[in-house]
Ligand binder design. Structure first.
Ligand code: FAD
Ligand code: UDP
Length: 404
């Protein structure tokens, strides 16, 4: 068996029970569930020339397995999401570690007790650690916002150091904004951790798909009830019908091949694109990736190095740490964050969460709420900052709902 790829032109819509736009985790998990548990014939429409969404990985020219749309490490406390993916892959045990390059010295991120010793020296660090434990408790995570709110001068010194040396420049590069200007939930993803645990994530389950993400997706989508039309943009094959001519009138139907499609439509792309940006484009950050291959076994001590006080790029990922691949050479990837200006040449990677943008998004979302068979799902369609496990869990819930 293999994935059933079909040209969109050859699809008979009479033979399709559900349409899914996008083949990342949101689209692929729902497609598999509807196909397998519900016996539905599912058509996936995917604009790229491959499945897997932003998790897609492939061998580069040097034979190293690299991620094409940013480094992806799976971590979760959600047993159902973990078990579900385990049907389509074995797991390589991997605990991700990140170091900040601080003027040429490596310090663990999240900033922790070990980082404090490197930065402040053992004696002073001991005193500061005791103060942190007294105030917050041991093995606790504290956001930079919480830490900066402390009045104690010693805690203020730690807060100031972390703010200036871990968050400020990195956040400016990543978002074009200061840490105060981004939504607090964004910097809260990377707390200060009163611990000796150097891992980036503390979730119960962490790992990488044994054969890579693309192999996982090929397994998931290999089902007789699923067909996939690649290089097909939803906007170019879907006709939108509205309740009236008014600008804010809701959808009344979506047509495919000139007929209203009555089955569920699960849409995982950006909503502003579906509506041809009629209310203006939603703001996102985009990324450029620069890959470099070296004739040495490893370049860095850990999977990711964050450049928190220098360089134009935010971070470097060395894939062999993540994948466990054994090779005499290695490929690293530098990430440059950019404003998202041109949907034809750029990819929307990060929604920029703030009240104004959320309201902008809601205006689009309302257009879909009049169409009972339309389901926006995923980090683009919901304009949210979701990790992979959250998307898998939401997709399983939506499938439950559709099959109930
Ligand atoms: P996507 O993976 O983006 O899939 C959407 C799919 O829809 C794409 O294939 C796209 O081509 C297709 N599509 C879009 N519009 C259309 C259209 N109009 N017509 C047809 N097809 C369309 N999460 C983690 O848990 N761990 C990590 O380490 C991690 N690292 C990340 C690193 C970066 C740089 C980024 C940006 C995100 C990272 N994430 C990580 C989050 C993860 O990428 C998302 O949770 C995941 O991609 C969400 O899946 P999705 O299906 O919603 O979206
Ligand atoms: N962040 C930072 N310095 C770091 C790591 C993270 O300033 O060394 C901030 C930055 O604003 C970033 C956010 O914390 O966008 C979330 O970081 P995370 O590593 O979770 O980002 P992602 O992997 O999703 O890009």
């Amino acid at each position: 068996m293999a994935v059933n790829y079909v040209p969109f032109a050859a699809v008979d819509m009479e033979q399709i029970d559900a349409v899914v736009v996008g083949s990342g985790f949101a689209g692929s998990v729902v497609a598999r569930e509807l196909a397998e548990r519900g016996g539905k014939r599912v058509l996936i429409i995917e604009k790229r020339n491959h499945v897997g969404g932003n998790m897609y990985d492939c061998l580069d020219d040097a034979g190293i397995l690299v991620h094409a749309y940013g480094p992806h490490i799976f971590h979760t406390n959600n047993q159902r999401a973990y078990d579900y993916l385990g049907r389509f892959t074995n797991w390589r045990t991997y605990q991700h570690e990140v170091l900040a390059d601080w003027h040429g010295t490596y310090i663990p991120v999240p900033f922790n007790k070990n980082s404090m010793e490197i930065v402040f020296g053992p004696e002073k660090a001991q005193r500061l650690i005791e103060k942190m434990i007294e105030t917050f408790g041991d093995e606790r995570k504290v956001t930079i916002t919480e830490l900066r709110a402390q009045e104690d001068p010693e805690l203020a010194e730690v807060a100031d150091f972390v703010y200036q040396n871990v968050f400020l420049y990195y956040t400016q590069k990543q978002w074009g904004l200061t840490p105060e200007e981004v939504d607090p939930s964004v910097t809260a993803r990377v707390p200060v951790f009163i611990s000796r645990d150097n891992r980036y994530f503390q979730d119960a389950f962490q790992g990488m798909p044994g054969e890579g993400y693309t192999a996982l997706f090929l397994q998931m989508l290999d089902h007789p009830n699923i067909s996939v039309a690649l290089e097909t943009e939803a906007e170019s094959v879907m006709g939108l019908e509205f309740e009236s001519e008014a600008e804010d009138a809701g959808l009344s139907a979506i047509t495919l091949k000139d007929r209203p499609f009555e089955g569920p439509i699960i849409y995982t792309g950006p909503l502003d694109e579906l509506f041809l940006a009629r209310f203006g484009r939603l703001p996102y950050r985009s990324l450029d990736f620069v890959y470099e291959t070296y004739d040495e076994e490893m370049k860095f001590p850990v999977g990711t190095v964050n450049f928190t006080v220098s360089e134009d790029y935010t971070r470097i990922t060395e894939f062999k740490h993540l994948t466990g691949q054994v090779a005499p050479n290695t490929t690293i990837m530098k990430e440059y964050s950019r404003a998202y200006e041109d949907p034809r040449t750029q990819i929307p990677y990060y929604a920029i969460i703030n009240p104004e943008n959320n309201a902008h998004y809601q205006r689009y979302r309302q257009l879909t709420e009049t169409l009972p068979n339309f389901y926006p799902l995923g980090r683009l369609a919901e304009y949210r900052y979701y990790n992979m496990d959250a998307i898998v869990a939401l997709a399983l819930n939506l499938a439950d709902e559709l099959l109930a």
